[in-house]
Every structure is written in C-alpha cells, then in structure tokens.
Design a protein around this ligand. Structure first.
Ligand SMILES: Nc1ncnc2c1ncn2[C@@H]1O[C@H](COP(=O)(O)OP(=O)(O)OP(=O)(O)O)[C@@H](O)[C@H]1O
Ligand SMILES: [Mg+2]
Length: 309
C-alpha cells in the first residue's frame, strides 16, 4: 500500500525521514538478474528528529549505508519516500536535488575528503565559497563559533597534511556544519581513527548537536560510537528492528548480541517503525522503547508478522 501523503508523526519535528523505504539492488523484473537482486531496505519507516543525535546500527550488510544514502538523497529508493524536512526528495529533479544536498545537508565520511592544498579555514568554508554564498555577519559568527566547538582555532592556517587524523576529521565535521544544514549525515566517521581521536570526534558531534542545536544521523557498527548518540535505531536484514534511547556501549552491545542470537529480523520483532507513539520527554529513563505493535505508514496498526517470514 502506498500513501500519497505522509502521515503526520506525533508531535516530533523530523529533520529527515523515510517512509516505507524499499531499496532493491539489481532488478527483480529481469528474470536473469532476479536471482541476484538484493533487498537492502525492506519497508523501513524511520524519522530522525531535529535537534537530536541519532545513530544507525546493525551488522555489516544490514542496510545502514543504504538507508543513509537514500535518506540524504545520494541514492534513490526503489519504492517509498524520503523527506528532508517537509521536502519529498522524490519530487525533485536532479538539479534541485543537488541544490538541496548542497544547501540543506552536510556529510562526513570515513575518508576525511579534505582538499590538501587548502588551509583548515579554507576547507571549512569551501562548500559555501563554491556555492557563492555571501559571508554575512551571521555566517561569520556561526563559522567562528563552530571553529571553537571543534577546537581548531590554533590550526586554521595549517594544511591537512600537517594535522592528525582526528584533527582532519574535526575539520570535516566543521565543514559539514558550516552552511548550517538541516541535518548532517555521517557514515562511519570514526572508521579511520584510533579510539582516542574517534572519541574526540564523537564528543564533538554530540556537542554540536547539544550546544548548537544541530541534527546528526550517524551510521556506525561500533557500540562505543553509538553510545554518544541520543538514540540508536537498529537495522537487521534491511529492516528496522529496534531503537534505544540514552544508549550505553554495554546496552548496545547486548542488543546486538541478542539480534545475532535470535535472528530478530525473522522473529516477531521485525516490523517496527520509529514513529512510535512516544514523544521525547526529558526523563530518558526508559532506555529502550520497543513498540510491540506493528504500524504501517498510515498510522494504523496491523499484523504484518506473516510478511516478515
Ligand atoms: N551498489 C550495490 N549493488 C548491489 N548490492 C549492494 C550495493 N550496495 C549495497 N549492496 C548490498 O546491500 C546490502 C546492504 O548494504 P549496505 O552497504 O547498506 O550495508 P551496511 O549496513 O552499510 O554494511 P557495512 O557495515 O558493511 O558498511 C548488502 O547486502 C550489500 O551487499
Ligand atoms: Mg556501510
């Protein structure tokens, strides 16, 4: 069932979300390729609340990067919808999608992707300079505050090669936030860092969300990294299987082990979406909230357990 209009999720403003997202690599329409077709996302509905740090976790191959790429408009869904704020990405042509990614989304990847010939300061403002954005006073102040949050003031005129890996990734984080995007997506941002530098970058992402009211969605398979987030959503076999508020590394690790032990994607836990009835409250005491009921995109409850086979 496809809904033309997205349901209004309960009282939460989502910076990004996907609705009944399906992504199949390789065509199922073609008999020859059907056998090798991979369903990387299998009917996933999940929202990433504005002003929050959300981690996407799951085993290798569970669809984390695919979800992030489709939510960020770097790839298209086979069916379902992806929204940045109120904008349906499927309604945009290539040019508008490119502009939306440039103006409203920031990216941090495992490889830092800095320009070696530019200084730290130039790297940070590069996307805005390329976009020809005027550096008004508000923008200057924002960049200035950002430089302090990432702790790079004394490195502004260095080039990337003169920085440690952790410092380079902090530049990449500052660059991602420089244009004040609606949401920053990070795919394994600490994958190339030692644990101490990784911790610094994760702490920085958390501070940017909390002190500067930003939104971050981070893909990781590291429970320690996920513990820096406000909430963790778990994927298994292309399905959203659980979510956890106020995560700790131990709790995340336990949850991952439980998935492996029970094959959660094939059990009754499978069909779950993050438009659960709960809204954010300050308590955070209930670390893991799992809505046992199964909801479809129209907000109705139904039993799709059979479909989860
Ligand atoms: N371009 C592609 N063509 C075909 N299959 C793909 C493609 N990209 C991903 N897949 C498949 O889709 C599934 C999900 O991949 P994805 O990269 O999203 O996983 P992931 O959770 O990010 O894994 P990892 O932790 O290893 O990065 C996997 O089975 C993968 O082999
Ligand atoms: Mg990945």
């Amino acid at each position: 069932m496809n809904t033309a209009t997205a349901p209004q999720p309960t009282g939460i403003r989502y910076a990004a979300r996907v609705e009944r997202a399906v992504k199949v690599y390789g065509s199922t329409a073609n008999a020859r390729t059907a056998e090798t077709a991979v369903t990387a996302l299998d009917d996933v509905s999940v929202g990433f609340p504005a002003g929050r740090f959300t981690a996407i976790m799951g085993p290798s191959g569970s669809g984390k990067s695919t979800l992030m790429h489709c939510a960020a408009g770097l790839d298209t869904l086979t069916s379902g919808s992806a929204y940045i704020g109120g904008t349906d990405l499927g309604s945009l042509d290539d040019r508008r999608l490119t502009l939306l990614r440039r103006d409203r989304i920031g990216f941090v990847f495992q490889a830092f992707n800095l320009v070696p010939t530019l200084t730290v300061a130039e790297n940070i403002t590069l996307p805005m300079d390329l976009a020809g954005r005027r550096r008004d006073r508000a923008q200057q102040e924002w960049t200035d505050a950002l430089i302090d949050v990432v702790g790079l003031r004394d490195r502004l005129h260095h080039r990337p090669a003169e920085l440690s890996g952790g410092q380079q990734q902090r530049v990449a984080v500052a660059r991602a936030f420089a244009g004040r995007p609606d949401v920053v997506f990070a795919d394994e941002p600490t994958g190339n860092l030692d644990s101490r530098s990784g911790d610094e970058v994760l702490g920085l992402l958390g501070r940017t969300v909390r002190q500067m009211d930003r939104t971050v969605v981070m893909v990781t398979h590291d429970p320690v990294a996920a513990a820096h987030a406000d909430e963790v959503v778990f994927l298994a076999d292309g399905r959203l299987v659980d979510r956890m508020r106020a995560p700790t590394a131990d709790k995340v690790l336990d949850r991952m082990k439980a998935f492996e032990a029970t094959g959660a994607a094939r059990s009754g836990v499978a069909s779950y979406d993050a438009y659960g009835a709960e809204t954010y409250d300050a308590s955070g005491s209930e670390a893991s909230v799992r809505d046992a009921s199964v909801r479809d995109a129209s907000g109705a409850y139904g039993d799709t357990e059979g479909a989860a086979s």
